[in-house]
Design a protein around this ligand. Structure first.
Ligand SMILES: Cc1cc2nc3c(=O)[nH]c(=O)nc-3n(C[C@H](O)[C@H](O)[C@H](O)COP(=O)(O)O)c2cc1C
Length: 295
């Protein structure tokens, strides 16, 4: 039986719930699962207000770690599998995970270990995943699989429900809006991924794990969303650099620029992105295969 170490951070509890759902069959099969929480010195509150929400933007995008409490690795030695349960903030890994991966002790720990990445996000995870993969490559960890759970409602609906959830603590459905976040059905379905991982732990065969997970629906993405995400990621990079450069040691200017970014984001989401999507769908039949495929 293997030891499985799950590193996680969560603001609302959702990421931990997903990790627990994936790990349930592994515990039932007799494996030992150890959870290690990454605890920021100043956690993003839940619910949070707009100011603290947007305040994490430049550092998330520019891979600047937030200060976190030391992670005790004493009981994590000898793990046969590491699960990294992170969240996406502004199309990038959250700042606690920049801190995690940039910690030399963690890099040493991950060296040579089979690692599964796990995230529960709204619907844009591809660029954050690429960053996580580059962190894993730097640490010489072995990426064994990737699991993504996401809100399946239309993009603009999930923007409204996530704001209601994260800003006001209201996750449940209303007469007009669906519940926010990962659905109960998808959360329960995540146990299937745990069963598949259990098979790899039994056989020691990791090379086809991602293919099996993918076939079970572990990492879906919509080409139209990836198109928006890739465009947004580039522009977010310009904004983040600009805000950091212009607001050094000037909190008032930083707040002002973050407010500008907030207005920009809503205009893009509700006015520009829908028009861009019309062009995307018109061009869709002519796009190269890779851009059109769903994985
Ligand atoms: C500041 C912030 C930015 C976020 N940005 C994104 C994003 O770019 N893409 C996305 O799919 N989800 C995004 N989310 C949703 C999170 O990835 C995650 O689903 C949600 O915050 C719940 O995670 P938790 O376990 O930390 O509570 C964001 C959440 C926060 C708080």
């Amino acid at each position: 039986m293997a030891k499985i170490v799950v590193f996680y951070y969560t603001q609302t509890g959702q990421t931990l719930q997903i990790a627990q759902s994936v790990c349930r069959p592994l515990v039932e099969a007799g494996h030992t699962v150890i959870y290690k929480e990454i605890i920021p010195e100043q956690p993003l509150p839940y619910p949070c207000n707009g100011k603290s929400f947007f305040n994490v933007f430049p550092e998330s995008r520019e891979a600047i770690p937030c200060p976190v409490k030391p992670v005790d690795l004493n009981d994590a030695a000898g793990a046969g599998l590491v699960i990294i349960a992170y969240q996406v903030w502004f199309l990038s890994p959250s700042t606690p995970f920049h801190a995690f991966f940039q910690n030399p002790a963690i890099q040493q720990y991950l060296n040579g270990k089979n690692c599964i990445t796990l995230t529960g996000c709204r619907n844009m995870w591809v660029m954050a995943h690429e960053k996580i993969c580059s962190y894993l490559r730097n640490a010489a960890g072995k990426p064994a699989g990737n699991i993504v759970l996401q809100d399946r409602h239309p993009n603009l609906i999930s923007v409204m429900t996530i704001i209601r959830w994260l800003f006001y603590g209201k996750k449940e459905r209303t007469g007009l809006l669906p519940a926010a976040g990962i659905s109960a059905g998808d959360l329960a379905h995540a146990a299937l991924f745990g069963k598949i991982i259990g098979g790899a732990l039994r056989s020691g065969q990791w090379s086809d794990l991602q293919e099996q997970l993918r076939a079970a629906g572990a990492a879906r993405c919509k080409p139209s969303i990836v198109f928006m995400e890739k465009t947004g990621y580039r522009i977010f990079g310009l904004w983040a650099k600009f805000i950091l450069r212009k607001s050094k040691n000037n909190a008032a200017r930083r707040n002002f620029l973050l407010k500008l970014f907030k207005y920009y984001l809503f205009v893009v989401l509700y006015l520009i992105a829908p028009v861009g999507l019309i062009f995307f769908y018109l061009a869709y039949p002519f796009l190269p295969g890779k851009l059109r495929s769903r994985n």
